[in-house]
Design a protein around this ligand. Structure first.
Ligand code: FES
Ligand SMILES: [Fe+2]
Length: 454
């Protein structure tokens, strides 16, 4: 095939880059490709521009808190982080603090992390306890939220046990993730996530464990941070070292109801390159950014770099993943990055990444980015890797459990505070998105707009 001149422009709305489209690349796979990767779902999305103050103003930040964070289903923790009776995690979002607890009946419940006496936060940190006792005066609840005891009960005759249960918050689970929704009138979780579980049927995330969990404070709005991970348009400028082994501008972007997807092929060259790199050059470029620091190797005669990496990954996943020989090169090589509105980013197939982004405290200018590596395992589930929090000036390489990808995150992070600075300094009113490559961001903003205007 002519490397330079695939996919000529038909009309501006359907403009695509030169080079192999993702679907054309799938035609070259050494295995049968699953239907989920053959799906394409484009939508008419309303915004190619949004006002800058959506990233900078306290008023918009406060509106998001009321209209989004208090209303949507959001990823709070992994089930594996609360495996035993009495295990609890705390999920803070803006002013809200939510306690997620495994009960005596093994059911996961969530409560406002607030004592019903004079309001102290019930728990300060994750842990395990067979009752929920406030440290201030000792009011105590059972794990199901029912009141257990009040010290000096004689002094609280006006407090009725049956009216003094902890305030419960809705919980949903999928893929080993626990979601909460603070809105008592929220739609059912299953309706909210829609078809997302069917996309992951071949790649069950509940059968993974937390091999790494690292957070970093970002000096930017939470949307600035997450939008840097929703497109491959920035690769050529921000990560030029990857171009020999990434089909950046040939990525496919799809949108459904509450979720969207991008697929960026690896082990295929960028259409930005003037000269097509050799198969060996592609493999070498990939090895430099590989998650696992895989050893360098030679592309055998009659094989492509993509097939070679696929075969290497099949060998590494042998015994960890069922039917590993049937997995396509695409599932073993490509970046398949989903976003469930508003802030949850699980990756498909056998890349281990899941991201979460959220505002930190009550500021439009600070956020928390978290990286989870969810890895398959054999036998007994390993304990989750402990959470590590990096400060706003740290390098991701201070978390060695992230492997060589930490250097790529550092490249991304360099942009973030500078974007926030630039947005505050702007002499114009709006940011501008591309028609196609920023589909996921435009899909996000169309949902954001619906929520804040509801
Ligand atoms: S504030 Fe919790 S027991 Fe008093
Ligand atoms: Fe990046």
């Amino acid at each position: 095939m002519d490397f330079e001149n695939m996919n000529p422009v038909k009309n501006p709305k359907e403009s695509r880059s030169n080079g192999l489209s993702y679907q054309q690349l799938l035609d070259t796979d050494s295995r049968e490709v699953p239907d989920v990767l053959r799906m394409q779902s484009s939508r008419d999305l309303p915004f190619v521009r949004v006002p800058i103050d959506r990233y900078t103003s306290q008023a918009f930040h406060d509106l998001e808190f009321e209209k989004i964070w208090k209303k949507v289903w959001q990823f709070a923790c992994r089930e594996e982080q609360i495996p035993e009776v009495g295990d609890h995690q705390i999920y803070d979002i803006g002013k809200l603090s939510i306690l997620i607890v495994r009960g005596q009946d093994a059911i996961i419940r969530a409560f406002h992390n607030t004592c019903l006496h004079r309001g102290r936060a019930l728990k300060d940190r994750p842990g395990r306890s067979l009752q929920l006792q406030c440290p201030f005066h000792g009011w105590t609840w059972n794990l199901d939220g029912s009141l257990k005891q009040i010290p000096c009960r004689w002094d609280f005759d006006h407090v009725k046990n049956e009216k003094t249960s902890l305030t419960e918050i809705k919980v949903g689970t999928w893929g080993g993730f626990v979601f909460i929704n603070p809105d008592p009138n929220a739609e059912a979780f299953e309706d909210y996530i829609g078809d997302l579980p069917s996309h992951f049927e071949r790649w069950p995330l509940e059968e993974r464990y937390i091999a790494a969990h690292v957070g970093r404070i970002m000096e930017c709005n939470w949307k600035v941070a997450q939008e840097g991970f929703m497109e491959a348009y920035h690769v050529a400028s921000t990560h030029p070292q990857m171009l020999s082994a990434i089909g950046d501008a040939n990525s496919q972007y799809d949108a459904w109801d509450h979720f969207s997807r991008a697929i960026t092929a690896n082990m295929t060259p960028s259409p930005h390159l003037r000269k097509k790199p050799s198969e060996q050059e592609q493999l070498d470029a990939m090895m430099g950014v590989s998650l696992d620091g895989k050893p360098s190797m030679t592309v055998p005669e009659q094989r492509t770099a993509r097939q070679t990496l696929g075969q290497l990954s099949r060998m590494q996943l042998q015994g960890l993943v069922p039917s590993v020989q049937d997995l396509s090169d695409a599932e073993l090589s490509d970046s398949i990055y989903y976003t469930l509105f508003p802030n949850f980013h699980p990756w498909g197939a056998y890349n281990r990444i899941t991201y979460r982004f959220r505002p930190l405290g009550n500021s439009p200018n600070q956020s928390l980015m978290e990286v989870f590596y969810l890895a398959p395992f054999r036998g007994k589930r390993p304990d989750p890797h402990p959470f590590q929090l990096l400060n706003a000036h740290a390098s991701w390489t201070e978390a060695p459990q992230l492997g060589s990808l930490a250097k790529v995150f550092d490249q991304d992070t360099l942009n973030m505070a500078a974007v926030q600075k630039g947005l505050h300094a702007a002499g114009h009113q709006e940011v501008t998105f591309s028609q196609y490559q920023e589909t996921k961001i435009r899909h996000f903003h169309s949902l954001l707009d619906q929520y804040v205007k509801s």
